[in-house]
Write a protein that binds this ligand. Structure first.
Ligand code: PEP
Ligand code: MN
Length: 337
C-alpha cells in the first residue's frame, strides 16, 4: 500500500504516518519528491485495515494499493528516475553511458589495450569478467583474483570505474574490494541468496535479465536488492531465448522500454549477448538509444579471433569506433521528408 502525503504535509504529519505504518506491522519506505512525499508500506503479515484507516490521518492525500507484485522498484512508489552513481559516472541521469571491455580479462596487455582504446572512443566504464559463468566446465573459467588485480590497475591507470561479475556469495567481499560495480549475470538473476547478500553490499549492481525470465521476474529480482537496502541498481536487457537460432539470443527491446515504463531504475542494453553477432551491434545499439535506454554494455577485444570467450560477438577497436560514431549521428536524418 502507498500513502500519498498532501503537497505541503508537515514533517510531523509524515513522521506520524511512518510510525503508524510500523505499528501496523510493515516497513515504511519513504520517497521524498520535490512536491510530495510517498510512504510505501512494504512487507507481509501486517494489518491492512490499519493502513487503509490512514486515509483519515492529517496530511494524507490518499491511500492506494500498489498495483504490481514488486513495490520499491515500481514507479508508483518513486515516480522520479533513479540515478546510479558508479565512481564519478552517473547512469540514468540523462546521459547515455557506454560500458565496454572484453568478455573475460585474459591478461594485463589485453585489458590495458582495451581500456585505453574504449576510453579514447567514449566509453565511461570498463567491464571485464574475472569469474566467468560458462556453460561447459571445460571452457575458460576466468582468471579470478589475478583478473581483479588487473582490473584494479586498469581503473587507476585509465581513470575508468570497473564492472565485473560476481557469481557466488563467497566472492562478494573480495570483489567489492576491487571493483566499482558488481554484475549479476543472466544465469544468476534468480540466485536469491546472492541477491540478498548483494543487497547488503555497498556497491552498485548491474542486474542482467535471465535468458528465460519475464519482465515481472526480472523486476522482482531487483526488488530483492532494493528491499534489502541497496537502491543502486541498473537493469540490463541482454536478450532472451526464443525459437530463433540464427541469433544467440533475441534482444528484447520492447521489454527494455517496458522496464523503464514500470520502474524508475535505469535500464541498459547488451547487444553483444543479445545478438551473438558483431555485425548486428551497431544497429541494435542505435535502436536501444532510440527507445530511451540509459546506456549500453558492449564486448570489445583487441583481437576477437583470439578471445578466450565470446569472440564471435566481440568488436575490435575499429568496430567499436564505428558504433560510437553512429551513436553520435542524428538517428533519423534524411529518412523522412
Ligand atoms: C557476460 O556479461 O559476459 C555474460 C556472461 O553475460 P550474461 O550473464 O548476460 O550471459
Ligand atoms: Mn560474454
Amino acid at each position: 500500500m502507498i500513502i500519498n502525503m498532501r503537497e505541503g504535509a508537515s514533517t510531523g504529519e509524515i513522521e506520524h504516518v511512518i510510525e503508524r505504518v510500523k505499528e501496523a506491522g510493515y516497513k515504511a519506505h519513504v520517497t521524498r519528491g520535490e512536491e510530495r512525499t510517498i510512504v510505501a508500506a512494504v512487507g507481509s503479515g501486517g494489518r491492512r485495515h490499519e493502513l487503509q484507516a490512514l486515509a483519515a490521518a492529517a496530511g494524507v492525500a490518499d491511500v492506494v494499493e500498489i498495483a504490481q507484485p514488486y513495490k520499491l522498484v515500481s514507479k508508483q512508489v518513486k515516480p522520479s528516475r533513479t540515478v546510479v552513481q558508479v565512481g564519478d559516472v552517473k547512469i540514468g541521469g540523462g546521459e547515455f553511458v557506454v560500458m565496454a571491455g572484453p568478455c573475460s580479462v585474459e591478461s594485463r596487455e589485453q585489458l590495458f589495450a582495451t581500456a585505453e582504446n574504449v576510453k579514447a572512443l567514449g566509453a565511461k566504464l570498463l567491464r571485464g569478467g574475472a569469474y566467468k559463468p560458462r556453460t561447459s566446465p571445460y571452457e575458460f573459467q576466468g582468471l579470478g583474483l589475478e583478473a581483479l588485480l588487473i582490473l584494479r590497475e586498469a581503473r587507476e591507470r585509465f581513470a575508468l570505474p570497473v564492472v565485473t561479475e560476481v557469481m557466488s556469495t563467497d566472492d562478494v567481499d573480495l570483489i567489492c574490494e576491487h571493483a566499482d560495480m558488481l554484475q549479476v549475470g543472466a544465469r544468476n538473476m534468480q540466485n536469491f541468496a546472492l541477491l540478498r547478500r548483494l543487497a547488503l553490499a555497498n556497491k552498485p549492481i548491474l542486474l542482467k535479465r535471465g535468458a528465460s525470465a519475464s519482465v515481472k521476474e526480472w523486476l522482482l529480482a531487483a526488488e530483492y536488492l532494493l528491499s534489502g537496502g541497496n537502491e543502486q541498481v541498473v537493469l540490463c536487457e541482454r536478450g532472451i531465448r526464443t525459437f530463433e537460432t540464427e541469433t544467440r539470443n533475441t534482444l528484447d527491446l520492447a521489454s527494455l522500454a517496458l522496464a523503464r515504463e514500470l520502474s524508475h531504475l535505469p535500464v541498459i542494453a547488451d547487444p553483444s549477448h543479445g545478438t551473438g553477432r558483431r555485425s548486428l551491434i551497431p544497429a541494435m545499439s542505435r535502436a536501444a538509444a532510440a527507445i530511451g535506454a540509459d546506456g549500453l554494455l558492449i564486448e570489445v577485444h583487441p583481437c576477437p579471433e583470439r578471445a578466450l570467450s565470446d569472440g564471435a560477438q566481440s568488436l575490435d577497436f575499429e568496430g567499436f569506433r564505428g558504433v560510437m560514431q553512429s551513436l553520435s549521428e542524428p538517428l533519423f536524418a534524411g529518412r523522412f521528408q
